[in-house]
Design a protein around this ligand. Structure first.
Ligand code: GLU
Length: 304
């Protein structure tokens, strides 16, 4: 299938759609991004690659990074994750405090902020240099070796992260955070401020389309069963309180971030990353979601 022609066709069609969204200005450094950028990259498990637009430009991957930290903890760390968090869709915004109080400090899943913060706490307990371990882990997944976090974005999040500090304090009061709060939050903010391009993201997620094996190196990251479970979590919990919409309209497991990126995976076939910084009201890339909806409709390639 000639995916590049399909990308161009969809992009042309979307030109007539008004992009009503706004960049994530609650993190001041993210408000500085040019909102009109747009990139797509698709990588197949057979080594085919298709790019469109700003596919090589790095951006702040934000919550997409929660998949990397989760898989690192799930694959390499012995501690039992599921005693510390649940695996149910949240149905509330990504930074909601309400559900957490009700659930006595147990996050609904690893992809809401509270769940990702507990994953950071686990990594702080188990690893000597957790941020270095996360970056080395990402470098095992992709052939690119210069992926970093942006310290300015991490600092900007730290200075304005009142809600995230509220989440971690609430969980600490329920004894679900074991380490020093500042150490855990520094790791969380660095994690969210990792920068990658659509190409790097699509390539890094390809093991989830390939039964847990990195296609270019042959390295088994997760067992097929844990790969299936990770994809199931992305399907049910990867899009804040819009996971149902994404499943309904796009029909692929994936994860979004407030930097405007979305990565989606078609098991046994491909992974695709889209970037368009303007977000809809739920915090997902407005055009990115529309693009993927058109993509799976035109190609008839969704898991449903
Ligand atoms: N760093 C962001 C926050 O904690 C991540 C949000 C997101 O991408 O969902 O608010």
């Amino acid at each position: 299938m000639n995916y590049e022609n399909i990308f161009q066709e969809i992009y042309r069609e979307l030109q007539s759609v008004k992009d009503e969204g706004h960049v994530a200005d609650y993190i001041p450094e993210l408000a500085r991004v040019n909102p009109d950028q747009f990139g797509v990259f698709l990588a197949t498990i057979n080594g085919e690659k298709y790019a469109f637009g700003d596919a090589e430009k790095r951006f702040s991957i934000q919550s997409i990074a929660k998949v990397f930290s989760f898989v690192l903890a799930y694959s390499r760390v012995k501690s039992d994750i599921w005693e510390r968090m649940d695996l149910e869709p949240a149905g509330t915004p990504f930074n909601s405090l309400v559900q957490l109080e009700y659930d006595k400090g147990i996050p609904r899943n690893p992809f809401v902020n509270s769940g990702a913060i507990v994953v950071c706490d686990i990594l702080v307990s188990e690893l000597a240099s957790p941020m270095d371990a996360i970056l080395s882990f990402i470098h095992e997944l992709t052939p690119h070796h210069s992926i970093r976090f942006n310290p300015r974005v991490a600092q900007s999040e730290k200075e304005t992260g009142f809600r995230n500090y509220a989440l971690v304090n609430l969980m600490k009061s329920f004894h679900n955070i074991h380490n020093d709060i500042n150490q855990v939050m520094d790791l969380y903010f660095q994690l969210c401020s990792i920068e990658m391009s659509c190409r790097e993201l699509a390539e890094a997620f390809l093991f989830l389309a390939n039964n847990g094996v990195v296609p270019y190196s042959g390295q088994q990251i997760l067992s097929p069963s844990r790969t299936k479970r990770t994809n199931a979590l992305m399907q049910t919990c990867g899009f804040y309180d819009e996971a149902g919409q994404f499943t309904f309209k796009v029909g692929l497991p994936g994860k979004s971030g407030v930097g405007g990126g979305i990565v989606a995976v078609h098991p046994e076939r491909y992974s695709i990353a889209v970037w368009s910084p303007r977000l809809n009201k739920k915090g997902n890339s407005h055009k990115g979601m529309l693009f993927l909806e058109e993509f799976t409709t035109k190609t008839k390639l969704s898991i449903f």
